[in-house]
Write a protein that binds this ligand. Structure first.
Ligand SMILES: Cc1ncc(COP(=O)(O)O)c(C=O)c1O
Length: 395
């Protein structure tokens, strides 16, 4: 029996593979500092856990509405309206199990072979995987280190065609930590306003930013709301990756399509987790502020440490919890370097190539780990650097 042809086009997320390799080394007694996986290392805040326990006791253990519970959708609409400066209601919200289904379902609903999708590269690997899986054509937008990992707007204009159906934006960004400046979003909005395209704005890191101003959303520019899908969720903001709960905010015709795909696949998102999600959005937010403050300390520490390593150059990211270091100065390929760091020095990180061809030459370090472990990792990389230091100095 053969798998369907489309399965030859679907990709994977390498972070999970590297995690397995790292755990196998640990099982052999090796010490590994985990800087590969993209999830907050903090526990889910206690009041959210309490809300879930209470919900279980109260019997929230049955099917719920496919689109998500009305009061949770109301709270999501309020939060998104307030944080993005837009006006949306519960009818624009789909609650789904994690952020990923808001990539999967809208793309499944929209894309046909021949459609072009513009997406960031390096970028979250699921974008390209889904585009190829659905037989659409991926059109990569290289992210530029010298522009804070935003893209070249002239190139973006050139890449738009009458086959462009979807544009994927991600800010704050995985894997670079870059934040798309408001001025760039304005240019992008001006270029897209009169086109028949949908924008999928992946804002899963919307609460994890380090500048005074929150990252802007393309949805807040005139004429954009009616063609934008905002992807956000609970995984990163409230350290709830294992709960599997996310949401999309989009025009109602797309909500209808997502709801049909949900009823065909999941029926609904788990009921008691939705009660916990409501507690997360309506409860105290100081837990999020504390987490972000700690991420900022770690960001500063790891970027400083990485910039002291010969051959490394690491821009200070404006959001998310990733440091994306340019390692071309080491003279070692980024994949080889990431392998060397894991197998010989016990630092688990991801080669930029995991995020697309334009990620080559970079290594991603997730700083969702303690300051002590980050210092340990930098110390280990400095030891590893003795291998290439002499060659670098001689150049
Ligand atoms: C850019 C981006 N989008 C979406 C997701 C998916 O989030 P979730 O775990 O809620 O499905 C991730 C997770 O790493 C991500 O980095």
């Amino acid at each position: 029996m053969k798998l369907a042809e489309r399965m030859s086009r679907i990709g994977v997320e390498s972070a999970f593979d590297v995690l397995v390799r790292a755990r196998a080394l640990e099982a052999q007694g090796r010490s590994v500092v985990h800087l590969e996986i993209g999830e907050p290392d903090f526990p889910t805040p206690a009041h959210i856990i309490e809300a879930a326990k209470k919900a279980l006791d109260e019997g929230w253990t049955h099917y719920g509405p496919t689109q998500g519970m009305p009061d949770l959708r109301e709270a999501i609409a309020d939060t998104v309206s307030r944080t993005r400066g837009i006006h949306v209601g519960p009818q624009h919200v789909s609650v789904v199990p994690g952020g990923k289904p808001i990539l999967f379902f809208p793309m499944l609903a929209l894309l046909e072979p021949g459609d072009e999708v513009i997406y960031p590269n390096p970028g979250f690997p699921i974008y390209e995987s889904m585009i190829r899986f659905l037989g659409a054509t991926p059109v990569a937008m290289p992210l530029e280190e010298r522009r804070g990992f935003s893209f070249d707007l002239d190139l973006f204009r050139d890449r738009l065609s009458n086959r462009t159906k979807l544009v994927i934006l991600n800010s704050p960004q995985n894997p670079t930590g870059g934040v798309i400046p408001r001025e760039d979003l304005k240019v992008i909005a001006d270029l897209l306003r009169d086109r028949d395209v949908v924008i999928l704005s992946d804002e899963i890191y919307s609460r994890i930013y380090y500048d005074a101003e929150p990252p802007a959303s393309i949805a807040s520019f005139p004429g954009m709301l009616e063609k934008t899908i905002i992807l956000d969720g609970f995984s990163k903001t409230y350290a709830m990756t294992g709960w599997r709960m996310g949401y999309g905010v989009m025009p109602t015709w797309l909500v209808e399509a997502v709801t049909k795909l949900m009823v065909n696949s999941n029926s609904c998102t788990a009921s008691f987790t939705q009660r916990a999600g409501l507690a997360a959005l309506t409860g105290p937010q100081d837990c999020v502020d504390r987490m972000v403050a700690e991420f900022r300390r770690r960001r500063d520490a790891i970027c400083q440490g990485l910039n002291e390593i010969p051959g490394f150059r690491c821009a200070v990211p404006g959001g998310a919890f990733y440091a994306f270091a340019n390692v071309t100065g080491t003279g070692i390929g980024s994949k080889e370097l990431a392998d060397l760091l894991l197998t010989e020095y016990g630092v688990s990180c991801l080669t930029g190539g995991c995020f697309g061809e334009y990620g080559e030459g970079y290594v991603r370090f997730s700083y969702a780990n303690s300051l002590a472990n980050l210092h340990e990792a930098v110390g280990r990389i400095k030891k590893a650097a003795e291998r290439w230091e002499a060659a670098v100095a001689a150049r």
